[in-house]
Ligand binder design. Sequence first.
Ligand SMILES: Cc1cc2nc3c(=O)[nH]c(=O)nc-3n(C[C@H](O)[C@H](O)[C@H](O)COP(=O)(O)OP(=O)(O)OC[C@H]3O[C@@H](n4cnc5c(N)ncnc54)[C@H](O)[C@@H]3O)c2cc1C
Length: 424
Amino acid sequence: MYQNIIIGAGASGLISAICLARKGETVLLLEKNRVVGKKLLATGNGRCNITNKNIDSLRFHSSNISFIKEIIKDFNFNKIESFFNSIGIILIELKDGKVYPMSLKASSVVDILEYEVKALGVKICCETLVKEITKENNQFIVTINSIKDLSETMALASSNSGAKAPLPSLEYKSKKLIIATGLEASSQLGGSSFGLDIASSFNHPIIATLPSLVQLCSKEDYLKYLVGVKQEGSVSLTANGEFISQIRGDVLFTKYGVSGLAVLDISREVSLRLNNYEYCLLNIDLMPDINKNQLVQLLSSRLDNKSDKPILLWLEGFINKKLAKVIIDKSKIESKILKNLNKKDINKIVYIIKNLSLEIDSTKGFDGAEVSAGGVDTKYINPKNMSSLLVDNLYFTGEILDVDGDRGGYNLHFAWLSGIRVSL
Ligand SMILES: Cc1cc2nc3c(=O)[nH]c(=O)nc-3n(C[C@H](O)[C@H](O)[C@H](O)COP(=O)(O)OP(=O)(O)OC[C@H]3O[C@@H](n4cnc5c(N)ncnc54)[C@H](O)[C@@H]3O)c2cc1C
């Protein structure tokens, strides 16, 4: 019997294990992957954007904003920095307040967290899939499928040709239970909805989950000419014709639609609207630093009424060749050479450059998403220590809760701070 069982050795599970063990409590950490921190290794493109210098409730999303305000109180950048310093990880700030380990390696974050967990005497069981949790006589009973034990058992059974093999141990008990399983985002890294099933079985209401920080899919025919093109732009979203939001950044054109930082940043809103069956249109301004009139002037100044230069080549002087082709195709200009281009043609070209539109049909779903929005309703969680207000000694940390953050270190910040709070 352990004082604590933590399900999930991701960001929030590992940090809770350290904080609880530092208090002298016994901890069992169960993880279905072969290793701990598999998702962490993929964060920040392998560099792990640990947190952000500018922690503000406006950077987080939830159906219960007052929970966020409460939970980040006194748990700003400094709090997370001092935890990481305490385990020997030094942080550095790069662009836009984004904070990384000084090694710029997510693997060093995982290695050091794992060392600390083990050094504090926490028992870690990887390849252990939690199947069911019940509560009897003030104890949680956690039923597991040890993937390793099961495969060994099966191998033994077949080598003994039918002899009865010992069954793997199937149950662990604890006083406190911490659900740190994350949500459905990136199932290839361990994402699953298992934690929601457990929360529901203990009567915790759930806010519907949606993929966020995710690529967007479109069937626009012109995309096939743009695969691989990356362009800085300003992306605006309209849903059912109503302007929703506008974000500046990279847009990466792909076979299935669009990705890139601006697209990921706007994807939460798109996900919400698509889920509501709304008609979503992205308008990309491919030259956001030049206003319409300036652009008309700039292009007009390069007209030449004697030149036989192909207009594709002329436009290539201003913008990526593949985009130039799409802009010319979409503007349906009849003239193919520069000397035939007129003022109206220029206006059409400018219109397309400032308003390249894509109808969005869907997102790349949870498997493509960095995070899941929605989760366990925080109205029934104590923001001081993440305990359930419905079930004694039950706790939830990290993404499983109905809190998600913007790109830039906010999601991990929430995972760390909720993990630390469990020990308070
Ligand atoms: C590619 C990618 C890059 C990202 N980059 C960043 C970044 O740079 N900065 C940032 O702030 N955020 C980033 N995020 C988001 C961030 O990683 C997550 O929000 C954060 O890891 C959530 O932590 P968690 O502890 O709640 O869950 P997780 O880290 O997802 O951990 C949950 C663990 O529970 C385990 N588990 C689930 N079900 C079971 C079960 N039944 N039995 C046993 N174990 C189980 C899973 O295998 C997993 O290891 C990124 C996400 C992805 C996918």
